[in-house]
Write a protein that binds this ligand. Structure first.
Ligand code: HMG
Ligand code: MG
Length: 302
């Protein structure tokens, strides 16, 4: 496989939004800076959503203002509506992400509106972003299955992807929110969506609930996809997606990519240190296989 892969580190947002223990703004900033220091260029750092819906993301404005830009790093934040957009701009966001669903059940649970209504909500957000020179990423959840509606047809994903792309999103991230996908389905989905959005503009956002995320990523890469969302330590999940566990772990992705001969620019030792620090914050070990293996190796070597 050739070509560079671009990684969007989503741990500080997708990871921490699902944690029971509140993590202070200072600790969130330190985590993000450790990730950037490890060589991860793009990090999703927070969300301008309702504090009642996701209390863990309160203080995202302070996180965004407080975090140091090192080496041209890029910070993303989630924005569900115009209120969130205004707050994101007051905090200086340069890249935002709107988030839709391929299924009605999850759309209602997560953002309290239908899929069509969510697109209507995003229209003024994207229009204002365009006028302000802000880049907008588009997420689609439940692309390979929904905790409420069950099976999700690829066509439903294609339809939403096309809407987000036509709105002006620069990239569309396909979220297997509950991690139910398998490689053949991931491959077929990417092929189907690439008929409406160029493959190089598609990101793979795979949760690892059933342990399939790396295999699904590999299948997607064989189709030509080159953008991966991952979370340090395999943190992650959505409080509105019952049964969902973490994102594919960044360490596991880096290990696989480097093994494929791809240069990621990520320093595994520093990434492991960042992941281990989060273990202290959340009070349990990371689920990443590579982090566990490297920690065990270090213990044996002592
Ligand atoms: P709603 O209740 O329909 O909104 O929520 P509303 O407009 O009726 O407002 C209700 C209250 O929320 C009001 O406050 C608003 O001011 C406030 P009150 O008068 O009751 O005090 N409000 C806000 N406050 C702060 N920031 C805002 C905002 N908007 C309204 N932007 C809403 C609709 C979308 C706001 C709500 O449902 C929400 O915030 N949902 C976010 C849920 C979320 O963040 N989920 C996790 C991220 S998505 C994810 O994890 C999936 C992903 O990783 C991909 C994948 O894995 O699939 C991206
Ligand atoms: Mg997610």
């Amino acid at each position: 496989m050739s070509d560079a892969v671009r990684i969007i580190e989503v741990g500080p947002r997708d990871g921490l939004q699902n944690e029971k223990i509140p993590i202070s703004v200072a600790d969130r900033i330190a985590f993000i800076e450790a990730l950037i220091g490890a060589g991860l260029h793009t990090v999703e750092v927070g969300a301008f959503v309702s504090p009642k819906a996701i209390p863990q993301m309160v203080g995202s404005d302070q996180v965004l203002r407080g975090v140091s830009h090192i080496g041209g790093s890029e910070f993303h934040v989630l924005v569900p509506n115009e209120k969130g957009y205004e707050a994101s701009q007051a905090a200086g966001a340069k890249v935002i992400a709107v988030f839709a669903s391929a299924s009605e059940g999850f759309s209602r649970a997560n953002i309290n509106c239908s899929v069509a209504e969510s697109i209507e909500r995003f229209k003024p957000v994207v229009a204002r972003a365009k006028a302000d020179g802000i880049r907008v990423r588009g997420y689609i959840s439940c692309v390979l299955g929904c905790p409420f509606d069950g099976e999700v047809k690829p066509q439903a994903v294609v339809d939403v992807a096309k809407m987000l792309w036509d709105l002006g999103c620069y990239e569309v991230s396909l979220g297997d929110t509950i991690g139910v996908g398998t490689p053949m389905k991931a491959r077929q989905l990417l092929r189907a969506v690439a008929g409406s959005v160029p493959m190089e503009k598609l990101a793979m956002h795979f949760h690892d609930t059933y342990g399939q995320a790396l295999a699904n990523l590999y299948a997607g890469m064989e189709e030509g996809a080159r953008v991966i969302d991952s979370a340090a330590g395999g943190l992650g999940g959505c409080p509105y997606a019952p049964g969902a566990t973490g994102n594919v772990a960044t360490e596991d992705v880096i290990y696989m990519l480097e093994g494929l001969g791809m240069k990621t620019g990520v320093d595994m030792t520093k990434l492991l240190a960042a992941t281990n620090e989060v273990r202290r914050l959340i009070g349990r070990p990371p689920v990443s296989r590579v982090a566990s293996a490297l920690n065990a190796k270090m213990r044996t070597a002592k």
